[in-house]
Design a protein. Structure first.
Length: 66
């Protein structure tokens, strides 16, 4: 990944801003990597739970209570 960051990001910015482009991309990568380790599992669990639980909209409480 780092080779593509250093090869591609300078081409996306003007000549005077090459350093800022690489710096911004590196900062986004360093912030996003740990964030992805927290957010992605949370989203997966949320999708699994939402699909596993029964729909209770417009249901009578006596019908859905245990």
């Amino acid at each position: 990944m780092w080779s593509s960051v250093y090869a591609f990001t300078p081409r996306c910015s003007p000549t005077r801003a090459h350093g800022n482009g690489v710096r911004t991309t590196t900062a986004a990568d360093r912030f996003g990597a740990p964030l992805g380790l927290v957010v992605v599992p949370f989203l997966l669990v949320a999708v699994i739970v939402l699909n596993a639980l029964p729909e209770t909209n417009h249901a009578v409480l006596e019908d859905i209570s245990y």
